[in-house]
Ligand binder design. Structure first.
Ligand code: GRF
Length: 207
């Protein structure tokens, strides 16, 4: 008797980036293990020439760029980005340092997970690390959450804390946040891919 055992298909995701892409790299590295259960179908960016796109290309992952300034309106950009993502038919999308607010077309078509470098609801927005330092916080961290129509307001899936040191600069603190952010994002994306994610009435859960 011949018994063929095939591994289950990995869950396909699209990752959106705007910068250095160290969170993307952590995801790329995790996908090397088939047991992780994730395949990055494409990496999208809102600007060209960034390290995140180079990391994707180096890993043989298709990339696309969808720039706001190439569209007549923000709504047209939103629609174009939704289509570029949908072309790859991902199960869900990961915003990993994507520095644009996603619009209703993208969010209507796709579940999007985001990683944010603070303990939401504290310090939402684009300068979370700087804001935590300026506020004199002694503890900050990172949050993985589902994106909703607000700015960093969507349901939280997981958080990790980081101590703020008296001599911290924005750069040193952000580096230590990234050190805990990478494994947290890798864990949550893997769990969402393998176990599924449910978003109902503003609440998110992975079984
Ligand atoms: C991360 O800390 C993310 O939370 C924030 O921007 C940073 C992106 O870093 N939104 P990288 O591009 O993944 O290195």
């Amino acid at each position: 008797m011949v018994v063929a055992v095939t591994a289950p298909e990995p869950t396909g995701i699209v990752v959106l980036v705007s910068g250095s892409g160290t969170n993307l790299q952590a995801l790329i590295d995790a996908t090397a293990d088939p047991a992780y259960g994730v395949r990055i179908l494409a990496v999208g960016a809102d600007r060209a020439g960034i390290s995140g796109l180079h990391r994707a290309a180096a890993a043989g992952i298709p990339t696309f760029v969808c720039r706001v300034e190439d569209h007549a309106t923000r709504a047209a950009w939103d629609e174009a980005l939704a289509e570029r993502i949908a072309d790859h038919e991902p199960a869900f999308v990961v915003s990993a340092g994507f520095m644009k607010i996603l619009g209703p077309r993208v969010l209507g078509q796709h579940v999007v997970l985001n990683t944010h470098p603070a303990l939401l609801p504290a310090f939402p927005g684009a300068h979370a690390v700087r804001d935590a330092l300026a506020a004199g916080a002694t503890v900050t961290g990172c949050t993985v959450h589902v994106v909703d129509a607000g700015v960093d307001t969507g349901p939280v899936l997981a958080q990790a804390t980081v101590e703020v040191r008296p001599d911290d600069t924005e750069d040193t603190l952000h580096e230590r946040i990234k050190a805990v952010e990478h494994p947290l994002l890798v864990t949550l994306v893997g769990r969402a891919a393998r176990e599924g994610i449910t978003v109902t009435d503003g609440k998110a859960s992975i079984p």
